[in-house]
Design a protein around this ligand. Structure first.
Ligand code: 3TV
Ligand code: ZN
Length: 300
């Protein structure tokens, strides 16, 4: 009995002193993104994410099928876990949710956010024509045709598919409020709160047939080049108040940590393109010419 309580004391001591080790990686400072590859070699390997999606990289592909989301409308009786992992705010998703319209069936695992700070509302990971948005939502899925779970899939070249949604500050977004309402329950690293299920589809833009598609990586260590990225062409909005809740409520530090570290600016810089192209599902230039032509015909 005495040996058991001794072991329990040692374990308690070790976990309470875990902050002494410091974070494994951060977004700035001595364990910041410039140093990720010291511990995580894949972070210096080719085909990394995010990228700046510039017009010179785009190639229209008629073969791209629209994204179809399945079972995204969750019942409010379903309980999701909203967790501060010290790097982001993450919501667990049930394996009943999946996407099709991709080369395989990809089952949902979690969603999370990247954002800026209260005075710099520029925290998206992907840039479009070098423009950074206020924040970005990532819905992470794994290839369930080939792999049993996300852990097995995450280092495989065809393992993951992430849907990226660019977020601007504008109109209040009631769908995002299903998450923001509970943010104070996840203030510190490793804090968790239960969130009732809601319609996850409403977090996405209306059009799911217009997107950018490219092969990339996890944007966080270990940076495995295992992600088929879909970044939607159209952004969504959240209100300034909703953005501030995200940017000011959370800490990257745990409660027992003597240092209080705000959780913000959790975005990776754009990565080299490494001879990649970005496929686009929509024909912007041709549409523009078609409209001009129609206008010209109606006038002449
Ligand atoms: F799978 C992930 C992502 F795709 C995970 S969890 C597994 C990696 C340790 C994650 F934390 C992410 F941030 C991303 S992301 O590339 O979508 N940002
Ligand atoms: Zn992410």
């Amino acid at each position: 009995m005495r040996i058991l309580s001794f072991i329990a004391c040692i374990l308690l001591l070790l976990t309470s002193l875990s902050f002494l080790r410091g974070a494994e990686w951060t977004y700035s400072g001595q364990t910041g993104q410039d140093y990720w590859s010291n511990k995580y070699p894949y972070c210096a390997s080719p085909f990394q994410s995010p990228i700046d999606i510039t017009s010179d990289l785009l190639r229209f592909s008629p073969a791209l099928r629209p994204i179809e989301v399945r079972n995204y409308k969750l019942s409010s009786t379903e309980q999701l876990s909203l967790r501060n992992d010290g790097h982001s705010l993450q919501l667990s998703l049930p394996p009943t949710m999946y996407v099709s319209g991709l080369p395989n069936q990809f089952t949902a695992a979690q969603l999370h956010f990247h954002w800026g700070s209260s005075h710099r509302p520029t925290g998206s990971e992907h840039l479009v024509d070098s423009k950074q948005f206020a924040a970005e939502l990532h819905i992470v899925h794994y290839n369930s045709d080939k792999y049993p779970d996300i852990k097995t899939a995450m280092d495989k070249s065809d393992g993951l598919a992430v849907l990226g949604v660019l977020i601007k500050i504008g109109d209040f977004n009631p769908a995002y409020e299903h998450i923001m309402r509970f943010i104070n329950g996840a203030k510190n690293k490793n804090f968790k709160v239960q969130v009732p299920g809601f319609n996850i589809r409403e977090l996405l833009p209306a059009r799911l047939d217009e997107f950018y598609r490219y092969d990339g990586s996890l944007t966080t260590p270990p940076c495995f080049p295992s992600v088929l990225w879909t970044v939607f062409r159209n952004h969504v909005t959240i209100s300034h108040q909703q953005y501030l809740a995200l940017a000011t409520s959370l800490f990257a530090s745990s409660v027992q940590d003597p240092e209080v570290i705000p959780l913000n600016n959790n975005f990776r810089k754009p990565q080299p393109i490494d001879s990649r192209v970005v496929l686009v599902s929509f024909k912007e230039a041709e549409l523009f010419v078609a409209v001009l032509l129609a206008l010209f015909k109606s006038l002449c």
